[in-house]
Design a protein. Structure first.
Length: 740
């Protein structure tokens, strides 16, 4: 961690704008309202102009993570709120304050540049020693009234609280230092390795300099410059290492210590060639003595993570990371498939993925593969999942191939890779014993049993593998929750159920849950099928997320939903993805659908079209058009769904029949007569226009539709380009003839 001076960078203009002032006034009005009203609602946050704010933060923090100093220029970075914008929690995650600290959303001092790993480890954690600042307090008042345990690199002096050994492991010198290491997971494996490499290199350079290698001074200066990765940690390490050596030698050296203190972190000019050399020689620091000091063993502060329920054994950075890639081979009817998921940066809500394609193309199998890989052995055993069901079978005869292992690899943004193997000689599952984060899954049939309200063994994951399984009854769990947890769920459900400001989710004195909408109060059991299905699934997700993370705003995990459109009204279909993102903004949703309306809310690059090529191998379609520019009907006839038209199915059948008969094979008299008949009928369907030019375009379009039905999805883009070229050639030829 490197101390920086925030006044060195100009205040982002937007934060001074009337728009920001207006947004702040809405927040102030919300936080001034009755606490009971706020309890079941989320604050009206307006998104920041992220590029402008991020540019200022990159300048302020030298393109490095404000917390761990990793170089994040040109890679994934986040705008982090030092004091969380909601549900601020202590280290254990069990004491949360829903209001804190949303009113600081537009406070410049609350914005930091963070790497993805630190941001996801920190989430909503902001431990304080004592009470939190009053709601709507100013930034200065909050800093004065609170004893924050998390170090602020713009206010605090990191070397007073942190130390490092040569291996790159961080240690807390104070309670605040230990809390900072724990909150940010500063001893994660890849970070420790990077710091170790940095420290060893700097120690080697300093030793060469001590031995007279003046030429190396510039190189060392660059390594310890503010803009260099891990330079703050390196300065702390070098100063503390040599100071410790001096004490071990029984030498009191105020001048040397003062020199190191000034040059290693307070003066960006660092030191000149002769000053450091003279100082080192004057104190007779030996390489042997230094090596003894820096290799002394100490126990590092290990990160902790609050976990509970079915996911009580969560470990590792994958728990707070997102899936960026899935590779599947010889799993059911998927021979090989490589899916790369887009990770959204700087947008509201995490990246989602939607799988679409024909029936039996493997969409549900992909969800099952991900779930099996991530859920861990205990859950696989609990759900009594049979490994043999996922072994590849021959295309004909439904026999097991027994020649190749089924393999599923899931890669996370943290770099972690989780692998599941089903040996062909088995079958059994050979994978991780413990869950790799919170993974939940829901099949196409999402009902809860009205007669059984207990939730002991009704896992939503079961519905992904058993169509007849039900999910937990939502009311029973909600009835048992304290007021704080119930309100957290109610706040999130407002987004999912698209409730209006005056609508409510509440429970009576006997614990019965009601939804008040359109001025009508309705018990959960009396809701429509669409409401009940969505409500039950959402509460099931929230139950697991709250049990692990303690809140929904910062909860992380992977949720798999098959046929997300099931039971939903068209209005909900268009908004369901955005609603889920808003309700649980840090959760990654991966779903399937057959409905173009569900693509509303998806971002470009998040939709994956699966198809079978000529060899019946499942592939993903590339070069898809932008979603935002297409209407629902256009989505159906685009490469996303691949319909020839949205007309009567008889029309498509005739076009396909015409394409088959005109493919070049010798025809019988009857088939030739049918071809002639179809040639006339299909011509009237597509040839329109009064001018010759319009008719040329229409005729080319007809031919394109006919040919389109005979090729696989991968060749449609090429066919479209050829059709355009044919039209252009025909129009040019007509123009030439007219001029001649």
């Amino acid at each position: 961690m490197l101390k920086v001076n925030r006044s060195n960078v100009s205040y982002p203009e937007w934060l001074r704008s009337p728009q920001a002032a207006n947004a702040q006034s809405f927040l102030a009005k919300f936080y001034s309202s009755d606490p009971e009203y706020r309890a079941t609602r989320r604050a009206p946050f307006e998104e920041l102009p992220r590029p402008q704010v991020k540019e200022a933060l990159e300048e302020l923090f030298h393109g490095k993570c404000a917390y761990c100093e990793s170089d994040i220029r040109g890679s994934g970075s986040e705008i982090d709120h030092f004091r969380p914008k909601a549900a601020a929690s202590n280290l254990k995650g069990d004491k949360q304050n829903a209001d804190h600290y949303g009113w600081f959303l537009y406070e410049w001092s609350n914005h930091f540049l963070s790497c993805l790993s630190c941001n996801r480890a920190k989430r909503n954690l902001f431990p304080v020693d004592g009470p939190r600042a009053p709601v709507l307090s100013s930034w200065i008042e909050a800093c004065r009234s609170e004893t924050a345990l998390l170090l602020d690199p713009c206010l605090d002096t990191p070397e007073r609280h942190l130390r490092f050994d040569l291996k790159g492991v961080a240690f807390g010198r104070t309670k605040r230092g230990k809390a900072t290491i724990d909150v940010l997971n500063l001893n994660r494996e890849n970070l420790v390795a990077a710091r170790r490499e940095k420290f060893e290199h700097c120690a080697e350079l300093l030793e060469v300099l001590r031995q007279g290698g003046k030429y190396i001074a510039d190189t060392l200066m660059k390594e310890l410059d503010d803009a260099s990765a891990y330079s703050g940690a390196a300065r702390i390490f070098l100063y503390q290492t040599y100071s410790k050596y001096m004490r071990a030698e029984g030498r009191r050296s105020p001048a040397f210590n003062s020199f190191l203190a000034q040059e290693l972190w307070r003066d960006t000019r660092l030191f000149g060639e002769t000053r450091v050399l003279d100082a080192l020689e004057e104190k007779s620091i030996s390489a042997t003595g230094i090596v003894q000091v820096i290799h002394e063993r100490e126990e590092p502060v290990l990160p902790s993570l609050k976990t509970a329920g079915a996911f009580k054994d969560i470990r590792g950075s994958s728990a707070v990371s997102m899936i960026c890639r899935v590779e599947i081979s010889d799993f059911k009817d998927i021979q090989r498939l490589d899916l790369k998921f887009q990770i959204s940066e700087g947008e509201k809500g995490q990246g989602c993925a939607m799988l679409i394609g024909e029936n039996s193309v493997g969409k549900s199998s992909v969800l099952q593969a991900i779930a099996l890989c991530l859920m861990g052995e205990e859950l696989r055993d609990m759900l009594k999942i049979n490994a043999e069901d996922f072994i590849a079978r021959e295309i004909e005869g439904w026999k097991h191939t027994r020649t190749k292992d089924a393999v599923v690899k899931v890669e996370f943004t943290s770099g972690d890779i989780v692998t599941l193997v089903i040996p062909c000689a088995g079958p059994w599952f050979d994978g991780s014993d413990e869950p790799s984060g919170v993974v939940l899954g829901y099949g196409a049939r999402r009902y809860f049993d009205d007669k059984r309200k207990q939730s002991a063994t009704h896992f939503g994951l079961r519905t992904l593998f058993e169509p007849s399984a039900t999910i937990s009854h939502p009311e029973r769990w909600l009835q048992r929750q304290d007021e704080k947890t119930f309100n957290a769920v109610a706040r999130a459900m407002r987004d999912i159920l698209l409730l209006q400001p005056d609508d409510e989710i509440h429970r009576d004195e006997e614990g019965r849950i009601y939804v008040t909408a359109h001025q009508r109060m309705t018990p959960i059991d009396r809701l429509s099928d669409g409401y009940k299905s969505l409500f039950a699934m959402a509460v099931d997700i929230m139950r697991e997320m709250v049990s692990v993370w303690g809140n929904l705003e910062f909860a992380r995990g992977v949720v798999l939903i098959d046929e997300v459109e099931t039971h939903l009204h068209p209005r909900w279909k268009m908004q369901v993805i955005n609603a889920l993102r808003s309700a649980m903004p840090q959760v990654q949703f991966i779903a399937t659908t057959h409905d173009p309306l569900c693509l509303r809310g998806m971002r470009d690059g998040e939709v994956k079209v699966l198809f079978r090529d000529e060899d019946k191998v499942i592939q993903t379609l590339e070069g898809l058009p932008k979603l935002s520019s297409l209407r629902a009907e256009q989505l159906l006839t685009s490469d996303y769904f691949g319909l020839v038209s949205t007309s009567d199915p008889v029309v498509e059948a005739e076009l396909e029949e015409y394409a088959l008969l005109s493919s070049g094979a010798t025809l019988t008299p009857d088939r030739q007569a049918r071809l002639d008949e179809l040639s006339i009928s299909t011509a009237t369907l597509t040839v329109i226009g009064d001018t010759p030019g319009q008719q040329i375009v229409s005729e080319a379009y007809r031919e394109y539709l006919i040919e389109r039905g005979t090729v696989d999805a991968a060749k449609r883009n090429e066919l479209r380009r050829d059709a355009v070229e044919d039209v252009l050639r025909a129009l040019r030829a007509r123009k030439t003839n007219a001029q001649g």
